[in-house]
Design a protein around this ligand. Structure first.
Ligand code: S3P
Length: 431
């Protein structure tokens, strides 16, 4: 049993923080480097549980991955056609990115593999990748009529390119198909209803893979080999920075500088929404790290007003809605989040989890089928809360507790999924 973890009310936050490396980019860097013919050094890799699941899966297929204590990872890949059949089930742990992107990659191999994960991952929808990958000629089967993991993949070594219109904007689905497309006999075009994070597109370009983007469609041409860079720089994770941005905004008299944060526009919806609510966040020293834009962010406390968020905004802040709900509690007026039903199929049902736990703390939140309606009042009680083993729920509740009355979390270890050292970083900022 996980020990209960106490969160104390914070006075003010100040200082400079380098948030850990980006989770999405860390996964992709290991997968692509594993398919390269030449060694790749990954700098600022996120050595958190989710990305370590990707590392162990790639190692099980013969890729050498050495993780140095300073966060640099040395990957010696096997080439596009050099992976070997894993002799056991591949365990993606809690990581949706691992299981979905690897399903695409494995669909293109000519060997058998099985992917599974923890209780949470085995409850998450997999038909969204199994259906289009099967249309490409792959043979995949999952539990309950191919709706859930474990997923068995019988690589046939022959895929065909397809034109696929994704019903839901999802970077994991898009990326799974992009990995499979590398192995197809003809180009694959994927279109999505709204643009989801485009890290795979950018990193494919960095590895010499030709892609063509047209509005909401991306076309991938099959390749014979990758042209890998020697070094991949992973910027800090905007989704981890989000907890500090909101904490420093709602805790009075705070000022934080977050260095080297990825500010890819497909990820920074929270920045726009917080600014619209009245937040004081400056982007400084804007530059590129490889194909990805980065900046230092300076955030100062500010008074927030409620806001209304629609479906078209959701993909750019998909992982930030739990912490946005906390910001909304501390705003004046009402905040309405709509079109966010995808949150129900994340690590936990995040709409249910945030509504239940913030109400338990004394917030006034109505759970809607596709979102949340939040009344801002900024007055909370020191409640005992459940994290549902979900890293982003845990960190959001921790920020809510720090901002007002403290809290107790039933399981705080789950923060290690994406932000090891979260509590130490937060404590270090408390003045
Ligand atoms: C991710 C895509 C998003 C996001 C997840 C990481 C990725 O999931 O929620 O944390 O790395 O591609 P969906 O594609 O399912 O929306």
């Amino acid at each position: 049993m996980a020990a209960a973890f106490g969160i104390e009310k914070a006075g003010r936050l100040a200082g400079t923080v380098a948030v850990p490396g980006d989770k999405s980019l860390s996964h992709r860097s290991i997968m692509l480097a594993g398919l390269a013919d030449t060694p790749v050094e990954v700098h600022n890799f996120l050595a958190a549980e989710d990305c370590l699941s990707t590392v162990s899966c790639m190692r099980a297929m013969g890729v050498s991955v050495e993780i140095e204590p300073n966060g640099t990872v040395l990957v010696k890949g096997k080439g596009l056609y050099g992976l070997s059949e894993p002799d056991d089930v591949l365990d993606a742990g809690n990581s949706g990115t691992t299981i979905r992107l690897l399903s695409g990659l494995l669909a293109g191999q000519s060997f058998f593999s099985v992917l599974t994960g923890d209780d949470s991952l085995r409850r998450r929808p997999m038909a969204r990748i199994i259906t289009p990958l099967s249309q490409m000629g792959a043979r995949l089967m999952g539990r309950e009529k191919s709706r859930y993991a474990p997923i068995a993949i019988e690589g046939t070594g022959s895929l065909q390119g397809i034109e696929y219109r994704m019903p839901v904007a999802s970077a994991q689905v898009k990326s799974a198909l992009m990995f499979a497309a590398l192995y197809a006999g003809s180009p694959t075009t994927i279109s999505e209803p709204y643009l989801s994070r485009d890290h795979t597109e950018r990193m494919f370009a960095q590895f010499g893979i030709q892609i063509r983007r047209q509005d909401l469609s991306v076309t991938v041409n099959p390749v014979n080999s990758l042209n890998a860079p020697q070094i991949v720089e992973v910027p800090g994770d905007f989704s981890s920075a989000a907890f500090l941005l909101v904490a420093a905004t709602i805790i009075p008299d705070s000022e934080l500088t977050l260095t080297n944060v990825g500010v890819n526009p497909t990820r920074t919806g929270l920045l726009d929404v917080l600014r619209q609510m009245g937040a004081n966040i400056e982007l400084m020293n804007q530059r590129f790290s490889g194909e990805e834009p980065v900046a230092d962010l300076r955030v100062r406390s500010a008074k927030l007003q409620g806001v209304s968020i629609g479906r078209e905004q959701i993909p750019r802040l998909i992982d930030e809605i739990p912490i946005l709900a906390v910001a909304a509690l501390f705003a004046t007026g009402e905040t309405l989040i709509q079109g966010a039903e995808e949150l129900r199929v994340k690590e936990t049902d995040r709409l249910l989890a945030m509504a239940t736990e913030l109400n338990r703390m004394g917030g006034v939140i109505e759970e809607r089928p596709d979102g949340l309606l939040i009344q801002g009042n900024g007055r909370l009680n020191p409640a005992e809360c459940r994290t549902y083993g979900d890293h982003r729920v845990a960190m959001s509740l921790a920020v809510a507790g720090m901002a007002h009355a403290g809290a107790t979390l039933d399981d705080a270890n789950c923060v290690n999924i994406s932000f090891p050292g979260f509590f130490e970083v937060m404590k270090g900022c408390c003045k």
